[in-house]
Design a protein around this ligand. Sequence first.
Ligand code: IMP
Length: 224
Amino acid sequence: MLLELYSGVLRKRKLTPGLASLVALVAEAGCGLHWAAASVRDTVFLHKGENTLEVLLTAEQISRRVTELAAEIDAHFAGRRPHLVCILKGACVFLADLMRALTVESSLDFMGVSSYDGGSAASGEVRITKDLDHSLEGLDVLLVEDIVDTGLTLNYLRQMLLRRNPASLKVAALLDKPSRRVQPVVLDFVGFEVPDRFLVGYGLDFEQRYRHLPDLCLLPEAAA
Ligand code: IMP
């Protein structure tokens, strides 16, 4: 019955983000559905400007997974102080939630990287737009990425950071799009595997839009 209610509400396709999340939560709790990763395909639609965005992962789902990831990272760094390197701009929202969910003390630095020329097509080129403020020498570095797509950006960054002699280098990525991989990558902590679609929200943008959305949404294929 809850599923019917949920589908009925979905057909109307006019939910506020908060209500959409609540409906998803009720359906999930009541029906024992497992809303993991890329299996969340037909959820709720939001109208944001001229693009209709389909929610792939709700704020609640993301929050739960970030808490789990933080526990894994806590266990790995027990007794040490990880130095978080946040890759701007997309990972800033993930970083803020992850850092506060960790119980181990951490330090923080930011690196600005631009891999796409504003749109959604991979240029294959990685540009450093802002370098780190501090040396990595002897630190236990945790690279915090929003999404790994082709793998080009992450591999470039990993090589560059390893040349700066950290004691160790691990990678936490909120999202992994393995079907798009051009180069193999090593990911130590991953939030969700996602389908080959362009995602926005929770820090991720399309032409500098949608970063503020609390949910992770699919951009319509026609717009991407
Ligand atoms: P890669 O080098 O192809 O792995 O691309 C990594 C970077 O591209 C990410 O850090 C994002 O900034 C961007 N990116 C890749 N896929 C998406 C997406 O679906 N939405 C928003 N940004 C993306």
